[in-house]
Design a protein around this ligand. Sequence first.
Ligand code: TXA
Ligand code: MG
Length: 324
Amino acid sequence: MVQTRLLDASDAALDAAAAMLRAGQLVAMPTETVYGLAGDATDDHAVAAIYAAKGRPSFNPLIAHVVDLDMARSLVEMPGPAGDLAAAFWPGPLTLVLPLKPGARVSALVTAGLPTLAIRIPAHPLARGLIARVGRPLAAPSANPSGRISPTEAQHVVDGLGGRIAAVLDGGPCRVGVESTIVAVDAAGAARLLRPGGIPAAQIAACLGQDSLTQTEADGSGIESPGQMLSHYAPRGTLRLNASAPRPGETYLGFGPDSGRTSEETGLNLSPAGDLTEAAANLFRLMHVLDDRGADSIAVAPIPETGLGQAINDRLRRAAAPRD
Ligand code: TXA
Ligand code: MG
């Protein structure tokens, strides 16, 4: 057990957090998507400690967070379409999986030995301030124990990882609320969607001048992006999806105006106005609330499969998947 320090958003706190990271310790940092558990991506020991703190299977590679394009280019090749996507969406909730540059200074534990690296420039000023101070890429998976709900508030991190990490930087609630969209671009410039997320796939396709984007589905054997694994992001209770109304004993998670089904008393509505951006921002917070209330049977209203609805439904399907 270590004492986990809760740090505010001041310059002094950022300096302290950067010093911890440079010393190989782990710090949870806010990003615009979810809180990330950051460690120095060039330090094998720090990266190994991330896997250990999360209890994450070591075959599951991590995203390297960088502060600008120069830092990105020092690590990965940027085939034409990758440059276009970076120009359009960075800083922001897009992760690119790109060919690793020979000799790139990054721990092989970050890529889990793959010839590619997942990389992104986050938009959150605290994340950016931290990476700039450390001056090295930061490996950062979502700051939750493996298989559990992603954290969108500092308190979620303290609840899940307190006692196992050096500090949590408190930046308030995350604006986007679901993880970044992951797109792989190969050396020939072909793009594939590996995970729906904070930027709708349709916007990625439009930027590439395509009608749509191929999505690589996990088939259980050759998992390419293990965030694709089923039973991820799960609350403790069971989930029933596309439920137009709750059954007896179920707690209802609503979406849109639902004339009392969500029960105004419980306030468990992703977005009473039916707004997908608001629903994404509320998704993990409300799953944490369901856990805190000990809800064991949860019914979830239908969510449209458009825009951010794709990422929301993806997380809900994984949360509802059978667990072992
Ligand atoms: O919004 C986000 O992306 C957050 C914040 C903290 O940046 N991070 C996040 O990290 O969601 P994590 O570790 O929970 O998810 C990273 C995903 C995993 O599904 C992993 O398998 C995939 O990225 N990934 C990482 N490197 C990869 C690679 N080289 N090829 C394919 N998938 C990769
Ligand atoms: Mg995660």
